[in-house]
Design a protein around this ligand. Structure first.
Ligand code: UDX
Length: 472
């Protein structure tokens, strides 16, 4: 019997991108896939990233269909609602909507659902799967290191250890398979950060629900697919309890570059003129352009944008800078006037990162951005904002050594002088720059090898599909 996977996605860009890539890989392997995220996703998200523009009717991906679930945000009148209210308000509506998809005898002429895969932050999906007796897997959209940290936080006594040492932010924790990590570098929900406390309660609650859920991870009934690859986090993959079934299948990238053309060139409908920024990049020699972008959620404050503007002027290097929303503090400097800088509000990041002219990525170290940079061999300067980013940047700077962590001031602002110093370190001729660039190249090769035919992630995915076929 051909399996029919229902892929349920928390409606943010950073989950949709890897899950859509997984959808294409499953279809490639001969399965049916129904991809489901909220109807309101395309309205709420940045318009440039409307996933409804994904060519679900493309003959190459005819086994893939889009079937939205309703989260009650569909009427378009929720502009003012805070993102984190979403988790509290929509659960019942989502559950009900999803139940009707997952229990349908057929969907658009395709057989009934046999397996559910869902992303983090929507633990209610596992309730539906359990109710209907459907097997399930979680797609973990952060590094495996983060899975290990949260797992040990909820199960290994680390919660108490952190609570009793949180006054000393440099206190170092040793988790199995992970380099020693200080309290300040843990994910932001696990440490007191007054400016983020309003998010903490909701998000930590969701993680708690995922990790203490009798039906899933804690009960070991579930497979955890991770958007990472074995070589990158081998310490975690080899030390994590085998009964947790944590399987690396990445990198899952929103691009045609790694999967031989099954995805269209660009799943993101541009509001910017694609040609303009790609032509801009075409004008520069290899590894010369600074690319700055901070994901699909964070906005930089005015003071920070001013410091970026100063650093970009002083560095004298060409740059491509994605500024989402209001351009407060962005000073169009002489580089823009001379045509050596370009400001845009969105781009196809994988296309930009894989352009040979890009020599450095100034990033918030969101996991997709980090992985996309690794897969493109581009060294990073990390300026973490929240969630997993403070841990991701430590991995980049201290473990993979393919970038540096920028030091911010007491006010959380990265000064232009420090950014210039980091740019010189990463892009200049010094020993550290050479080492970082060599490491970036090495990780790019390893990333590419892991997803090619017979690579570790490729085999893991094939075996996962085979095992499911045997059991359904
Ligand atoms: C969030 C969190 O910040 C991150 O830490 C967590 O791991 C996942 O959820 P986000 O901030 O959006 O995600 O960052 P990131 O994970 O980097 O995802 C952003 C995605 O948007 C990437 O796939 C990137 O390629 C895409 N993007 C971003 C574009 O295509 N164009 C842009 O201009 C900016």
């Amino acid at each position: 019997m051909v399996d029919h996977f229902l892929l349920v996605c928390y409606p943010v860009q950073s989950h949709i991108n890897p899950l859509l890539n997984l959808a294409c890989r499953l279809v490639h392997a001969g399965a049916y896939v129904t991809f489901s995220t909220s109807i309101a996703a395309h309205k709420r998200m940045f318009p440039a990233s409307s996933m409804l523009d994904f060519p679900f009717n493309d003959p190459h991906i005819s086994h893939l269909i889009y079937f939205p679930y309703s989260d009650g945000y569909d009427d378009g009148n929720n502009e003012t609602k805070q993102q984190f209210n979403y988790f509290l308000e929509t659960r019942d509506m989502c559950r009900c909507s999803l139940r009707s998809i997952a229990s349908a005898p057929s969907i658009d002429g395709r057989p009934a659902i046999t397996f559910i895969i869902y992303t983090i932050m929507i633990p209610w999906v596992s309730e539906v799967a359990a109710e209907l007796g459907l097997p399930m897997a979680l797609l973990w959209t952060q590094p495996a290191t983060l899975f290990s940290i949260y797992y040990h936080y909820f199960h290994g006594g680390y919660k108490e250890l952190i609570a009793s040492n949180c006054d000393d932010q440099s206190y170092s924790l040793q988790l199995p398979g992970v380099s020693p990590i200080s309290i300040r570098d843990l994910p932001s929900y696990l440490v007191p950060k007054p400016e983020l406390d309003k998010f903490k309660e909701v998000f930590l609650g969701l993680f708690e629900e995922m990790f203490l859920n009798e039906r899933t991870t804690a009960g070991f009934h579930e497979i955890v697919l991770v958007n990472s690859f074995h070589d990158l986090e081998h310490g975690v993959f080899t030390s994590i309890d085998a009964k947790l079934n944590v399987i690396p299948i990445g990198p899952l990238l929103p691009s045609s570059s790694i999967d031989g053309g099954i995805l269209p060139e660009n799943i993101v409908k541009e509001t910017n003129d694609v040609k303009a920024y790609m032509e801009f990049l075409n004008r520069w020699p290899a590894n010369s352009v600074i690319y700055l972008s901070f994901g699909s959620i964070s906005f930089m404050k005015k003071e920070q944008n001013t410091e970026f503007s100063l650093a970009l002027r002083d560095s004298g290097r060409p740059y491509l800078w994605v500024v989402r929303g209001a351009k407060e503090g962005v000073e169009v400097n002489e580089n823009v006037e001379k045509g050596t800088g370009l400001l845009i509000s969105w781009c196809s990041q994988v296309d930009v990162l894989s352009h040979s002219a890009v020599g450095c990525f100034v990033t918030h170290c969101g996991w997709n951005s980090t992985l996309e940079s690794i897969a493109s061999g581009v060294p990073m300067i990390g300026l973490p904002q929240w969630s997993d980013q403070s841990t991701n940047v430590e991995l980049v700077d201290g473990t993979w050594k393919n970038g540096v962590k920028a030091k911010v001031g007491e006010d959380g602002v990265l000064r232009s002088s420090e950014l210039c110093r980091c740019l010189e370190t990463v892009m200049g001729d010094g020993e550290r720059g050479n080492e970082i660039r060599e490491n970036a190249k090495m990780w790019k090769e390893k990333a590419s090898m892991s997803v090619m035919d017979g690579g570790s992630s490729d085999l893991n995915l094939i075996n996962f599909i085979k095992d499911i076929a045997k059991s359904t």
